[in-house]
Design a protein around this ligand. Structure first.
Ligand code: SF4
Ligand code: SF4
Length: 199
């Protein structure tokens, strides 16, 4: 009989101990939020989705070389001297077309190493962190803005220019060398008379 009441007592005490924790949380501020309706403010310098402003990209490849997982792919085409590609917003002259600039964000480890070496500060981390996809292909971000026709045009112009330069070089190499004209002996130089010298 005594054991029966001790069990009831133990049950009541156990419930009260559990409720003590529950009651304690009723009067402390909540640490959860109603995501995605409510979103936390991101810390400064948080690393999220990358963005490239192609208007400022000079195709220097430094970001791709810095990437430890090779998830940046860049292709460039040289411009010809008759084409002015303009300046970036920081005043750097653009000399290369960038027909391909892909970032495979599925491979990205968000180290940020591509951001720091960029001389024109055109690759940056954004505050976008919700970009899940059903297809991996959709996680390859293609930033280049040139159309295939524009790329072909740039390649064709470069090819013509290089052929023209090669032809000029070959013609210059094949031209007979004309002997240099004889050099006339230098006239003897005479010092001007000193007006203070008495004759
Ligand atoms: S953040 Fe790191 S892993 Fe991602 S693209 Fe840049 S360098 Fe590569
Ligand atoms: S480092 Fe900057 S300028 Fe150079 S290729 Fe990358 S994004 Fe473009």
């Amino acid at each position: 009989m005594l054991a029966y009441f001790r069990d009831i007592w133990d049950g009541v005490v156990t419930v009260l101990i559990g409720m003590k924790v529950t009651w304690g949380h009723l009067f402390t501020p909540a640490v959860t939020i109603q995501y995605p309706d409510v979103k936390l403010k991101l810390p400064e310098r948080a690393r999220n989705r990358l963005y490239v402003n192609m208007d400022d990209c000079i195709g220097c490849d430094q970001c791709a070389m810095a990437c430890p997982v090779d998830c940046i792919t860049i292709e460039t085409v040289k411009s010809t001297p008759d084409i002015d590609l303009g300046l970036t917003s920081v005043g750097t002259k653009k000399r290369l077309y960038v027909p391909l600039f892909d970032i495979d964000i599925a491979k990205c480890c968000y180290c940020g190493l591509c951001v720091y070496p960029c001389p024109t500060e055109c690759i940056k981390m954004t505050d976008v962190y919700e970009f899940s996809e059903f297809e991996r292909e959709n996680l390859i971000y293609r930033f280049a803005t040139m159309t295939p026709a524009e790329t072909e045009g740039a390649k064709s112009r470069l090819s013509s220019y290089e052929k023209e330069q090669a032809a000029k070089k070959a013609a210059a190499a094949a031209a007979p060398k004309t002997p240099a004209p004889p050099v006339a002996p230098a006239a003897p130089t005479q010092a001007p008379p000193n007006p203070e010298t008495k004759v």
